[in-house]
Design a protein. Structure first.
Length: 210
């Protein structure tokens, strides 16, 4: 299965991607992770991205799409993949189509802005491995300590309410139009966020028929 996960920042895309990846046996492709990997591996596109970042510039769509294409060409993507964080805009989606990158469904997790602000203010991120937790929905076994590596859990600046609201504005302006883009192609699948991670996973499974 080839999936794109859509939804506002804080909608739970990363958490659901991990669960689906494990259940379907396909990798999750996160823009940030593959960008760092391409730079670390010194691929041609990775070196281009590093030069842009070192110069204090944003990585352009062409470079991002080149890195995505490199990653999807690897053997572990032969049976499918889950794209989390890409495409972010309609031009990126159009570029993916032009490159022949196909998907089976664009899954959108629907959630109110007010719920996201509340949810993200309770999010905690590990300083060492970047694993995320939530004080209510997904608490660590020991307060302030990562279950996976024992690192310290902190509140990211990105999770402050004023920052979250600004990110939501950007999402509604730049990324939400992708829903209409994929709906026109018969690929859009919308699910409403549920009170728990498990319940959200259940409605996703049902919507995707898995």
């Amino acid at each position: 299965m080839r999936l794109i996960l859509l939804g506002a920042p804080g909608a739970g895309k990363g958490t659901q991607a991990e669960i689906l990846s494990r259940e379907l046996g396909i990798p999750t492709i996160s823009t940030g992770n593959i960008l760092r990997a391409a730079i670390r591996e010194g691929t041609a596109v990775g070196l281009k991205a590093k030069a842009l970042i070192d110069a204090g510039k944003l990585v352009d769509d062409e470079t991002i799409m080149g890195i995505v294409s490199e990653r999807l060409a690897k053997d572990d993507c032969a049976r499918g993949y889950i794209l989390d964080g890409v495409p972010r805009t309609i031009p990126q989606a159009e570029a993916m189509e032009a490159m022949g990158i196909e998907i089976d469904a664009a899954l959108s997790i629907e959630i109110a802005d007010e719920t996201i602000v509340e949810r993200m203010s309770g999010r905690r991120t590990c300083k060492n491995c970047s694993q995320t937790f939530h004080v209510v929905y997904n608490p660590p076994k020991q307060d302030g300590v990562c279950d996976f590596c024992g690192g310290e859990l902190t509140i990211r600046r990105d999770d402050a309410p004023e920052t979250v609201k600004a990110r939501l504005e950007t999402y509604h302006r730049e990324t939400e139009p992708l829903k209409a883009f994929y709906q026109a192609r018969g690929k859009l699948v919308c699910v409403d966020n549920q009170p728990s991670i498990e319940e959200t996973t259940a409605v996703i499974r049902s919507a995707l028929g898995i």
